[in-house]
Ligand binder design. Structure first.
Ligand code: SF4
Length: 312
């Protein structure tokens, strides 16, 4: 059983925090309670596009039973290469209450999910926190996975202290210029380092059950981008040199070119086999063993789920 020694602290009241929202590093001050939206594109209402078993995460997250993925609308980053563009840019999906969100968690557990996988949760963390506390009091036992962008403040993640079980952290850039150009966030490397430190503080050592499913810990993902092996190596170096085997690395190659990338011809292609091999070889030469790598060719569109409101 997963125990979470959370406390219900009023300073994390969602309504108060969204009067003048400064949750994420954008600190744009949007009056989300009044229906206004900031960079993340969503007001204080929670929008979920899909809640279903998902089989395409790392093996220790999906296993054979699947991960209970809840896909939230909106995003604090504006990545030009986003594969979930329709979802990340605005209020898509169905509006749900905190109470309904906690029920969704319990329904996913009932369906056999290994965990509750909260996908792009950053801008809803105060509400998710409330829903998770409610679900725990209603009997939810499986771990939660905070599947986030790496672009968070220490204070935002601090709201999950004692409540988060696993962080699935997307560490995109060590190169600030590239972060600015492709995600509109030149401060990304600094924020990503700061947020990873907080994740490891909360979940310092990986723990697995007898089936090899992670129960506690931090996994850092890096999606290799075309022509950016140096950036990928810098991410690997930073994570491993700072945290060693305490953090798992997941090195991914499924970067997918599409029409909107015509303005960025230098990245409008698939990652080559050679580029990915160079990154993997670099990780191996460093002696990294706690890592996931991908086989086969790049992911196809069919790997992107339908945003049809299933399970919401
Ligand atoms: S969560 Fe959204 S509204 Fe709040 S500071 Fe970040 S981008 Fe702005």
């Amino acid at each position: 059983m997963i125990q979470s020694d959370f406390k219900n602290i009023s300073q994390f009241d969602p309504h108060t925090l969204m009067e003048h929202c400064e949750l994420c590093p954008r600190k744009c001050g949007a009056e989300r309670n009044a229906g206004k939206t900031g960079v993340c594109g969503v007001s204080s209402d929670i929008y979920v596009a899909r809640a279903a078993l998902h089989f395409w995460e790392e093996p220790c997250i999906s296993g054979t039973k699947g991960s209970g993925a809840v896909f939230f609308s909106g995003c604090t980053l504006k990545c030009v290469f986003c594969q979930n563009y329709e979802l990340s840019h605005g209020e898509n999906g169905k509006r749900v209450s905190i109470d309904r969100l906690s029920e969704i968690f319990l329904e996913l557990e009932e369906k056999g999910a290994n965990n509750i996988n909260l996908v792009t949760p950053d801008h809803y963390i105060p509400e998710i926190r409330e829903a998770m506390i409610l679900a725990r009091t209603r009997g939810l036992k499986i771990p939660n996975v905070i599947n986030c962008s790496g672009y968070e403040t220490k204070e935002l993640l601090g709201m999950l202290d004692g409540l988060a079980d696993i962080y699935l952290d997307d560490f995109k850039y060590m190169d600030a210029e590239k972060a600015k150009k492709y995600s509109g966030a030149g401060d990304y490397p600094e924020r990503a380092k700061e947020s990873l430190a907080e994740m490891v503080r909360q979940c310092p050592k990986p723990v697995f059950n007898d089936d090899g499913i992670m129960q506690k810990g931090v996994i850092v993902r890096h999606l290799l981008m075309p022509g950016m092996v140096r950036n990928g190596k810098a991410v690997v170096d930073y994570v491993y040199d700072t945290y060693g085997d305490d953090v798992y690395l997941s090195l991914m190659h499924q970067f997918t070119p599409f029409e909107r990338l015509e303005k960025y011809p230098e990245i409008n292609r698939k990652v080559t086999h050679r580029e990915y091999e160079r990154l993997i070889n670099h990780a191996m030469e460093k002696g990294i063993t706690n890592a996931f790598i991908q086989d086969g060719s790049v992911a196809k569109e069919s790997f992107i789920p339908d945003w049809n409101g299933e399970g919401v």
